[in-house]
Design a protein around this ligand. Structure first.
Ligand SMILES: NC(=O)c1ccc[n+]([C@@H]2O[C@H](COP(=O)([O-])OP(=O)(O)OC[C@H]3O[C@@H](n4cnc5c(N)ncnc54)[C@H](OP(=O)(O)O)[C@@H]3O)[C@@H](O)[C@H]2O)c1
Length: 153
């Protein structure tokens, strides 16, 4: 278990709690037959999730707003998990056409999708419209993620 604990959480029936790490909850898991998409893997929680899935052997797709930012993360994760199977693909969640072209490309070049982690998101941003004329936070956190769920097989 990690050193720092949330003071108000208690372990559930699984034995894990809010302070449990991704490595702890996946200890002993062999994910080498699985393909995962982790949105928002260029930063924060998504990056750590992608790292641990790769550590457990999964093929991890990293959708990134720019190939440059995705490749930077891939390089950093590959340093930590040399045997990792990481694939960077371009995708801007706030653009429906970008999400659809990501999904088409995923469906034509990868096997079945086993795990979808819809982690990317923005919050409390100033009012702004997406390319499609939809409020940006709603377009990113809801419509984009929903579209991936429905378009990737
Ligand atoms: N951290 C918290 O305490 C907390 C609390 C409540 C909820 N959450 C939610 O948990 C999730 C992860 O949090 P975090 O702290 O790890 O977030 P973060 O560090 O801000 O990372 C957000 C990720 O989402 C990506 N993203 C944002 N807009 C995107 C778009 N239009 N297209 C593609 N990717 C996009 C970012 O990509 P770029 O690198 O291109 O910016 C980044 O990889 C978020 O949805 C956040 O709202 C977090």
């Amino acid at each position: 278990m990690g050193l720092w604990r949330w003071p108000w959480t208690r372990p559930g029936p699984s034995g894990f709690d809010g302070g449990s790490t991704a490595e702890e909850v996946t200890a002993g898991v062999d994910a080498s037959h699985l393909t995962a998409i982790v949105t928002g893997a260029t930063n924060g929680i998504g990056k750590e999730t992608a790292r641990v899935l790769a550590l457990r052997g999964a093929k991890v797709i990293i959708p990134a707003r720019t190939l440059e930012s995705g490749l930077k993360v891939k390089e950093s994760l590959a340093d930590q998990v040399p045997e990792s199977k990481l694939h960077v693909m371009e995708m801007d969640l706030s653009s429906l056409s970008s999400v659809r072209s990501f999904a088409e490309s995923f469906n034509s070049s990868h096997e079945h999708l086993n795990i979808l982690i819809n982690n990317a998101g923005i919050m409390a941003c100033p009012f702004q419209l997406s390319k499609d004329g939809i409020e940006l936070q709603f377009a990113t956190n809801h419509l984009g993620e929903y579209d991936i769920d429905h378009s990737c097989q």
